[in-house]
Write a protein that binds this ligand. Structure first.
Ligand code: C2E
Ligand code: CA
Ligand code: CA
Length: 561
């Protein structure tokens, strides 16, 4: 699917549910079509809406009635993500999203679903429920601040009156609220949020609007001339909390996305612009405000498309494993290989990992891919064993994201065993983490893998912040020194200093008992230098690029460089 195609689908969604209708049935039909258009990408299996009113002023027929708005053919999970609104009568309207079987939404996706859900509820409120849902509150936190439905209403008003171009739209997420929720009781944390919101609203003019999306996410419509002052304020909000048992100051910054609203046709389009800008700000971990642009929108759509495409690609087995030989520095004999993934698109194009791995890392799907690679590698090793070919150890990259998985080791062992491959032929490459907390988990992981006879290497060594500290704490067998530290290369122009650094790292690693692999060795000069510096193994274009499986099989026959 093309980039614009997915963007179009979202816009189509917004258009459809905002289309004027004459009956409730017509609206439900539109909502169904709208959901149908995006359900597959979002892994939505089923959507229901249930309205209830305990002290009923509502008419009997809509009391506690659950209506299915969308139902896919696939099987679905039983637990739903719910979005509930208070209605004017003290009742609720609950929208439930059920994911398709096996899928679980990340926080970001949940926000997005909430956004879509809010629009659906908004449409219901507007078109159908008339006097009933009209009273559904558009306010959050006991009437303190509008919620999205309120915000959408406000946007609708500004659009209708032709005032929208006077404004800048904002989408921002407050920093550190997670921390507040962690250290304070629920009630106190709510108190802090309430104070924060009071501060937010203080400088807001009558014809401006700030609303709470949920959690610590906010949106705002601010007049252009006040935008800079608003950014300044939300970048540093000071909250003084005080009650009988606690007195504490909090400072809150924010990740901020903003958009000019020229030419926006409807509230949905505005939401797309500001949330795209916010996502870009978040991805860049930007301290500055990120303004919406076409490029940002395209990039977000590309990311979404990669993630959606990825799941299809796995099912269709579009990923190919390439093998890059590692060579013994002294004997120049093959001594192993690293498995590196490539994505063969149905149109025949071969996509390098850097175009999709960082996206899958953020999304968490990388974990699926790493196991896919392990499975292919084990199948390959099994074939080598069966066909009596020479055997060499193969290393498989495992992303940092696996650290969160307490069953990682047993899952790895299960895959290797399922192919009846002896553990000694597998190596796991882990990258060092920036977070010292992770070292303890990593170090446990490494110990367990080693106890299973699986070797472990630390990849990209020297690029992290605390590499040396880590050397002390973990007991891997192998260090792979990052390409950027290799002297006489593309990255380096001060060779004298590079050599001092490189030789010191190798010296230290060897003295501590690690085997050292130099990666990215491209020239004879580099090879000779690595050899004399004491590196045990070389992986680089000087000997071989990553090879498709058949070519690697040919290399096995000779093995000598
Ligand atoms: P990496 O793990 O550091 O892999 C080494 C990269 O350096 C590979 O890039 C390899 O092709 C490249 N390389 C090797 N020798 C040379 C050389 O002499 N010169 C230059 N310029 N490059 C060289 P590739 O295959 O594009 O992979 C990039 C990164 O993508 C990998 O870096 C790794 O972080 C990630 N990756 C690849 N496959 C997987 C996978 O299955 N799982 C995970 N989690 N990450 C993977
Ligand atoms: Ca690697
Ligand atoms: Ca590496």
């Amino acid at each position: 699917m093309s980039e614009s195609h997915l963007g179009d689908k979202l816009l189509r969604f917004f258009e459809l549910i905002q289309e004027p209708v004459r009956s409730k049935e017509e609206l439900v039909e539109n909502v169904r079509t709208a959901l149908d258009g995006i359900a597959e990408q979002k892994n939505i299996g089923k959507v229901t809406i249930c309205r209830s009113a305990p002290e009923s002023k509502l008419r009997a027929q809509i009391e506690n009635q659950t209506e299915v708005l969308y139902q896919s053919d696939s099987s679905i999970e039983e637990t739903a993500t719910e979005l509930s609104f208070r209605t004017g009568e003290g009742g609720t309207a609950v929208l439930s999203y059920f994911p398709v079987k096996g899928c679980c939404w990340e926080e970001e996706e949940q926000h997005e679903l909430m956004l879509l859900g809010n629009m659906i509820l908004w449409a219901f409120r507007l078109e159908i429920m008339g006097e009933l849902l009209q009273r559904m509150t558009t306010m959050d936190l006991a009437g303190e601040i509008p919620n999205v439905a309120g915000f959408m209403g406000y946007l609708g008003g500004a659009l209708a009156q032709g005032r929208i171009e006077n404004y800048i739209g904002f989408y921002f997420n407050t920093h550190n609220f997670k921390y507040v929720n962690k250290v304070l009781s629920h009630q106190k944390a709510d108190g802090v949020m309430w104070l924060y919101i009071r501060q937010l609203l203080q400088g807001i003019h009558e014809d401006e609007c700030v609303a709470r999306l949920g959690g610590d996410n906010f949106v705002a419509l601010i007049r252009k001339e006040n935008a800079d002052a608003f950014i300044y304020r939300i970048s540093d909000v000071n909250v003084k909390y005080k009650d009988a048992t606690l007195e504490k100051n909090f400072n809150f910054g924010a990740t901020i996305g903003a958009a000019e609203l020229n030419g926006a046709q409807n509230p949905g389009e505005i939401m797309v612009r500001i949330s795209s800008a916010y996502q870009a700000a978040r991805q860049k971990e930007s301290k500055e405000v990120v303004y919406y642009s076409e490029d940002i929108h395209k990039e977000i759509m590309r990311r979404k498309e990669v993630i959606a495409d990825f799941h299809r690609g796995v099912v269709k087995q579009e990923f190919e494993v390439y093998y890059q030989p590692k060579v013994n520095t002294q004997s120049r004999h093959l001594c192993g290989a690293e498995a590196l993934i490539r994505w063969r698109k149905p149109d025949g194009g071969l996509i390098p990992p850097m175009e999709f791995i960082p996206i899958l890392e953020k999304d968490g799907s990388i974990c699926i891919l790493d196991f896919y690679v392990l499975d292919k590698v084990c199948a390959f090793l099994h074939r080598c064993i069966r066909e009596n070919r020479p055997l060499y150890k193969i290393s498989v990259n495992f992303s940092k994201r696996h650290i969160e998985n307490p069953h990682l080791v047993s899952e790895i062992v299960a895959v290797v065993d399922s192919h009846k491959v002896p553990h000694e032929w597998i190596e796991v490459e882990l990258t060092e983490s920036e977070d010292a907390k992770d070292y303890i988990v990593m170090s446990n992981l490494i110990d367990k893998l080693k106890a299973e006879g699986i070797s472990v290497s630390v990849d990209d060594f020297g690029t992290g912040y605390s590499s040396l500290n880590m050397l002390k704490m973990i007991k891997t067998d192998i260090l792979k020194i990052d390409q950027s530290l290799i002297p006489f290369g593309r990255y380096n122009n001060d060779n004298q200093k590079d050599c001092i650094m490189f030789e010191s790292i190798v010296g230290l690693a060897k003295a501590l008992g690690f085997q050292v692999v130099a990666e990215g060795v491209e020239t004879l000069r580099q090879y000779e230098y690595m050899r004399d510096a004491g590196c045990d193994m070389i992986q680089g274009y000087y000997f071989d690029k990553p090879l498709p499986m058949d070519e690697y099989l040919n290399r096995l026959l000779f093995g000598q460089y």
